[in-house]
Design a protein around this ligand. Structure first.
Ligand code: PMP
Length: 457
């Protein structure tokens, strides 16, 4: 089958590919979408139609945009020289990239390579359990996660899933994962002045209920992604940090989405001045040019797995087969160099502001927008049927808005299908290279799409 034989490719796809997050009956009435090419902010489908990609590869990944020959060439050169060796050996790009990335994360000096966000999060869960076993007689094994957060697709990460419908049918789950309340002020759970502090106190309440000496770690997204682009309110993070310190609880920040510049800082947590014990990141590490995820931690945590070398079990007994592939760090080195050389953190702040301001301004015109939120180029617009009651807009109408944007050649996202009350937030995460015209094109598409859908009501 030749690359250009598109009808054969579509038939092969239809016959054999099981697409992610997809109800395949839809393909009985239409062709699958095949993305054939990408350049900068744009992608082209099998029909040659150009789209502005406002979600960086569907799931906030391609931070530096498409068609970066520099990354592809670095990966090619590295693979020809030395593609892979796993186990306890290191590699040149892995050492180099570790030095580069840890220079951006003061306090987190040690990096562990693996393949996916889920896997990186599982590494932390295992470390927390091992620390509990070796230091606390197995007692401090509970891991807290937050309602509406997501940490991955494996059974352990789904045990820490704050979006219940995602986890539904996949149990039984792993024990000792405990949920704490979400902090979305738009959907208030407490009628108080200082909402951020109150939301953080709800974590303390869970800790006290469970018993502080049974809780090993707290795992949070810095800004919740798929759960509705939730920006924690003022005062939240300071209090969370205080609580973790008070009860000797390790703070794990899941930066799978927010990491690598998405929020205008290298990592989302750096917007809030907090000090995590673990950071996991994946999507933007190599902008999708190679599969790579990393877990970063402190000297202190690393030391716990290094001391007592006479104990044959006291090291991190974990491996990741493709953590030994050099394509990931080779791509990641160039990815970081591009972000630095092109000033993409500053650009993200400036373009993020334009997108956030633009979305907020659309509220004057469109009653369907209930709330807008965002940090850097990571934005959401929550759609409601009624601003007074905040009843979420139906799935059907949210899909209609997405469909209209698509018709206008702009791909945007929405929080997950089939999450009643959760699926109503439009998501925007264009590449960090976005220019003013790109942001305006996104805003125009949203404006026009909402007008069309509102007229149909
Ligand atoms: N954490 C967060 C916050 C995510 O959004 C995702 C993926 N959407 C993951 C973890 C899991 O990453 P992966 O799909 O690479 O396993």
């Amino acid at each position: 089958m030749h690359d250009n034989d598109l009808s054969a490719i579509i038939e092969a796809d239809r016959a054999h590919v099981w697409h992610h997050m997809f109800q395949h009956q839809l393909l009985e009435s239409r062709d699958p979408r095949i993305i054939v090419e990408g350049k900068g902010m744009s992608v082209w489908d099998q029909n040659g139609k150009e789209f502005l990609d406002a979600v960086s590869g569907g799931v906030w990944t391609v931070n530096v945009g498409y068609g970066r020959e520099r990354i592809a060439n670095a990966v090619r050169d590295q693979l020809i020289k030395m593609n892979y060796f796993a186990g306890s050996a290191g590699s040149i790009p892995a050492a180099q990239f570790s030095e580069i990335l840890t220079s951006k994360t003061p306090g987190l000096s040690r990096m562990y390579y693996c393949n996916s966000g889920s896997e990186a999060n599982e590494k932390v869960f295992k470390m927390v359990r091992q620390i509990s076993a070796q230091r606390y007689g197995g007692k401090k094994s509970k891991i807290l996660y937050r309602e509406r957060d997501y940490h991955g697709t494996t059974i352990a990460t789904l045990s820490a899933c704050g979006q219940k419908q995602r986890a539904q049918h996949y149990g039984p789950f792993v024990p000792d994962f405990v949920e704490v309340p979400h902090c979305l002020e738009y959907r208030k759970q407490w009628d108080v002045e200082n909402y951020g502090e109150r939301a953080a106190e709800s974590i303390e309440e869970v800790i006290l209920r469970e018993g502080p000496d049974t809780v090993g770690a707290l795992c949070l997204e810095p800004v919740t992604a798929g759960g509705g682009v939730i920006v924690p309110p003022k005062g939240y993070w300071e209090k969370v940090q205080e609580i973790c310190t008070k009860y000797d609880i390790l703070l794990h920040i899941d930066e799978v989405v927010c990491g690598m510049g998405r929020t205008g800082e290298w990592f989302g947590y750096q917007n809030y001045g907090i000090k995590p014990d673990f950071v996991t990141t994946a999507k933007g590490v190599a902008s999708g040019y190679a599969a790579i995820a990393v877990m970063l931690t402190t000297d202190e945590v690393f030391g716990m797995f290094k001391d007592n070398a006479d104990d044959p079990l006291n090291y991190f007994r974990d491996i990741s087969t493709f953590g030994g592939c050099t394509a990931g760090p080779a791509a990641a080195i160039e990815n970081v160099a591009i972000i630095e050389e092109e000033g993409l953190l500053d650009n993200t702040k400036a373009m993020g502001k334009r997108l956030q301001d633009g979305l907020a301004a659309l509220m004057d015109k469109h009653p369907l927008i209930g709330d807008t939120r965002g940090v850097g180029l990571f934005c959401g617009a929550e759609l409601v049927a009624d601003r007074e009651t905040k009843e979420p807009l139906s799935e059907k109408l949210v899909q209609a808005v997405l469909g209209e944007c698509d018709k206008q050649g702009v791909i945007i996202g929405a929080t997950m299908r089939s999450l009643p009350g959760f699926n109503n937030t439009l998501c925007f995460s264009p590449a960090l290279i976005s220019k003013e015209d790109d942001i305006d094109r996104i805003l125009d598409a949203v404006d026009n799409s909402l007008t069309t859908v509102e007229k149909s009501l």
